[in-house]
Design a protein. Structure first.
Length: 229
């Protein structure tokens, strides 16, 4: 049986090849795509193995787990890691979350303001989009709320809006479209000359399709690390 590091290297090669293939279709350079390794629920040892394979962007979803791994990375002098917080925001955890370089899950203006108040350094943020248009199903902004949310969050200190994020619903998109196509259109409607929005979308099971529709950040967990124990 191959050591875990070899298995991960093989998985990463497959992922890189899939990214390259999708980029050929849309005529983009694979270098433009940010691969965020979703390390939530995995031991720090696996982060270290991924780091040794060249990955520098890691995603966590739980504040305390992120805090522990952030501290461990500092102890091991892995200072060039970029941390992405992906989970639901809780006001009592903002101080911890504010240590992340990126927060993909800003789901309300209220939460953006709270994060801004405790942040000490610049955080790049994505506004989370609720594509199902149902508040009870998912966190996030409705599509029609995005323009105003971008405006309200633009002046918040220590926060830099860089894009929109979504988790594609399991239900079919309306009118036979792809959920990722809807995100592409939403980005086009809200990008301006002074604000070029990136898209954070696509996970292990659907990142190739997300890339075809313009994803800039893809969030890969099980495809790289395997299933959680």
């Amino acid at each position: 049986m191959k050591p875990n590091s070899c298995l991960m290297a093989d998985r990463l090669l497959v992922i890189r090849n899939k990214i390259a293939q999708a980029c050929r279709i849309i005529k983009r350079s694979p270098e433009e795509i940010k691969l965020v390794a979703v390390s939530k629920g995995h031991d720090f040892a696996l982060i270290k193995k991924a780091y040794d394979l060249g990955i520098r962007d890691f995603g966590e979803s739980y504040a305390q787990e992120f805090k522990n791994k952030y501290a461990q990375a500092s102890l091991e002098n892995l200072t060039d890691i970029k941390w992405h917080f992906l989970g639901a925001l809780q006001s009592n955890k903002f101080k911890i979350i504010s240590q992340a370089h990126y927060v993909h899950s800003v789901d309300s203006v209220r939460h953006a303001r709270g994060l801004s108040l405790v942040a000490q350094n610049e955080i790049k943020i994505f506004l989370q989009v609720n594509l199902e248009q149902a508040h009870q199903h998912r966190r996030g902004f409705m599509q029609h709320e995005i323009a105003m949310a971008l405006q309200e969050c633009a002046s918040l200190s220590h926060l830099k809006i860089i894009g929109l994020m979504t988790i594609a619903p399991l239900s079919p998109a309306p009118a036979g479209q792809s959920w990722f196509e809807l995100m592409h259109n939403l980005r086009e409607q809200n990008s301006k000359s002074t604000l070029k929005l990136s898209l954070s979308m696509g996970m292990s099971q659907d990142f190739e399709q997300a890339l075809v529709y313009g994803a800039d950040y893809i969030r890969i967990g099980s495809e790289l690390f395997g299933e959680r124990a």
